[in-house]
Design a protein around this ligand. Structure first.
Ligand code: SF4
Length: 357
């Protein structure tokens, strides 16, 4: 089958069936950039409310560049993978400082924007500016592997998919073409039980003809999940909860959380010692008040939260310690896991096990 024979039906299908998504109603590279970053690791449904709220707060690249990092992280709270928010923020500052606020038009300059890799650069440039650049993400890999029935070691890596995607690219409408491929993977050529009868490539698809569509693409090895147990203390005083700030450079660095540590086999003794060493806190854990579970990348985290009593006041350092009331709890950058723990601990009538994300 020729590239031309594949292009026409897919583009026609896309123009007829594409989902009406907020980032498809704009050609503003900044808005497209925000959507592409949010959509990494996160579903369309989960992204939509965050995208609209983020753009309402930071309507253009200047507003984002000027905002304090804490505000950006707070608007991202709940979306996870917070390095994306930090990179986007740094990227906005770079675009303002080096490009006067206009997202660069060349691939080379776009790749110089912090946090912008080949996929994101190609997606933004093709969709916003009509640049003839192919994209490869998980959806594109799956669709291409199936339509051409690609098997073997070579097709476990991304590079050959870029070549193939470039050969297929519609140079008259690269933005629509890239989105069409991704849309087919997201809505029809699903990982399990692809809806082949509704597919514009149903008559050309080699995997379908061979009945092997669900076996492709052949998988890469996944990292085995690791179980981690974390103990936390919730210290409450007159309706406020003591939060500590994570140090820079760690996962979710500079986020606020209830004092906590992973348990290394000695139970609560680890917690008391670790909070003293890490934060200078003298805490006495009391009754168990909440349990929560959460999954981040390959880690399955289980948190046990204990009521805490301070033996000594924490150091006066608002950069590191805060007594947070309801307003701060709603607006400070915190992980979903921290929110679950606080909600569970402050509402003991709710069943203790708050479940996985
Ligand atoms: S026919 Fe089925 S397997 Fe082939 S590309 Fe379409 S949805 Fe995917």
């Amino acid at each position: 089958m020729t590239a031309a024979a594949l292009r026409r039906p897919l583009l026609a299908w896309y123009r007829r069936h594409r989902r009406d998504l907020p980032w498809r109603r704009t050609s503003d590279p900044y808005a497209i950039w925000v959507s592409e970053v949010m959509l990494q690791h996160t579903t369309v449904r989960a992204v939509q409310p965050y995208y609209e709220a983020f753009l309402a707060r930071f309507p253009d690249v200047h507003a984002l560049a000027e905002a304090p990092e804490q505000d950006v992280l707070a608007r991202w709270s709940g979306l996870g993978y917070y390095h994306r928010a930090r990179n986007l923020h740094q990227g906005a500052r770079h675009v303002v400082d080096r490009h006067g606020g206009a997202f660069p038009r060349t691939l080379e300059a776009a790749l110089g924007v912090p946090g912008v890799g080949l996929y994101t650069a190609s997606a933004i440039l093709s969709i916003a500016y009509g640049a003839a650049l192919p994209v490869v993400d998980g959806n594109v890999r799956r669709v291409l592997a199936r339509v051409h029935a690609l098997r073997g070691k070579k097709w476990v890596r991304d590079a050959p998919y870029y070549n193939l995607s470039e050969e297929l690219l519609d140079r008259d409408s690269p933005g629509d073409w890239n989105q069409a491929l991704m849309e087919l993977g997201a809505t029809v050529c699903l990982p399990r039980r692809p809806a082949c009868p509704a597919c514009p490539w149903r008559d050309d698809c080699r995997a379908r003809a061979a009945g092997i569509q669900e076996d492709l693409p052949e998988s890469r090895r996944r990292r085995a999940p690791v179980d981690v147990t974390v103990a936390a203390v919730v210290v409450e005083r007159r309706g406020r909860v003591l939060l500590v700030r994570r140090t820079e450079g760690r996962l979710m660095g500079r986020f606020w959380e209830v004092p906590q540590t992973s348990l290394e086999g000695r139970g609560l003794a680890d917690l008391v010692e670790e909070l003293r060493a890490r934060h200078g806190l003298e805490v006495e854990p009391g009754a168990l008040v909440a349990r929560a579970r959460h999954a981040i990348t390959f880690r399955r985290i289980r948190v046990e939260a204990y009521e805490g009593r301070l033996r000594r006041e924490p150091p006066r350092d608002p950069e590191r310690f805060i007594w947070a009331g309801p307003d701060e709890l709603a607006s400070l950058p915190m992980s979903s896991l921290t929110r679950k723990v606080i909600a569970g601990a402050c509402a003991p009538q709710i069943p203790l096990d708050l479940g996985a994300r």
